[in-house]
Design a protein around this ligand. Structure first.
Ligand code: PGA
Length: 250
């Protein structure tokens, strides 16, 4: 059984004053019976790392460029994230796919670059509402998984987040059966590609409107190894409750 992971995605939110939320979260992190990761905007990585002190809080980026350095104005490389104190990076979030035209191929190249720097790649997949309504969810998510994940990975290098686009920031969530169906399919695809051992050890997170009041039931779904949490990760009280819920999940 892989160690479960509670991951927060602050998106384009947070300034120095918001580090007070991290200080408030530290007791929950210290007591956590799972790994805890927060991916703040890159401007806060270093300060969040310092605010975490010796607490077991991993810090991650939200994207990286595939190149190590060079003439790419506004971009940040995996090496820079690592240098700033990150251990993880979210890649291929649907907001990046939509707002920046990221493709499976570009996400895969970024994931290779991140892994080469020793970062854990948190690769996101998920269908739109139109794709779900057309019964294409498993095809879409399976295609994103195979296209976005590089070859030759081992379980500690990779986390997959299943995030239905229509559930992100909307307060809507799939049914528990729908989450289970996708997570089972992702698990089978990973085992088929990387072998049973690695396939069963790669963490599969659910993301999309995870809140303290639905976390327990979502964490009870088979093959859900944690969550990628947006809005509810901004407040220590909510994210702390989600961390606690994950720690008690079977
Ligand atoms: P949400 O976002 O929890 O605010 O729905 C999740 C995500 O996009 O990672």
């Amino acid at each position: 059984m892989p160690q479960k992971l509670a991951a927060g995605n602050w998106k384009m939110n947070g300034q120095a004053a918001d580090l007070a939320e991290i200080e408030a979260l530290l007791p929950a992190v210290q007591a956590a019976r799972c790994e805890v990761l927060i991916c703040p905007p890159a401007t806060l990585i270093d300060r969040m790392r310092r605010a975490a002190g010796s607490a077991p809080l991993a810090i991650g980026g939200q994207d990286c460029h595939a190149a190590k350095s060079g003439a790419h104005t506004g971009d940040i490389s995996a090496a820079m994230l690592k240098d700033a104190g990150a251990s993880h990076v979210i890649l291929g979030h649907s907001e990046r796919r939509q707002d920046h035209g990221e493709t499976n191929a570009s996400v895969r190249t970024k994931a290779s670059a991140a892994i080469a720097e020793g970062l854990v790649a948190v690769v996101c997949v998920g269908e739109t509402l139109a794709e779900r309504e057309a019964n294409r969810t498993l095809d879409v998510v399976g295609g994103q998984l195979s296209g976005s994940v590089p070859d030759g990975i081992s379980a500690e290098m990779l986390v997959i987040a299943y995030e239905p686009v229509w559930a992100i920031g909307t307060g809507l969530t799939p049914t528990l059966d729908q989450i289970g169906e996708v997570h089972d399919a992702l698990r089978a695809a990973l085992a088929g590609r990387f072998g049973a051992e690695a396939g069963s050890a790669i963490r599969l997170l659910y993301g999309g409107s995870v809140k303290p009041d639905n976390a327990v039931e979502i964490f009870g779904v088979s093959n859900v190894d944690g969550a990628l949490v947006g809005g509810a990760s901004l407040k220590a009280k909510d994210f702390g409750a989600i961390i606690a819920a994950l720690g008690t999940a079977g």
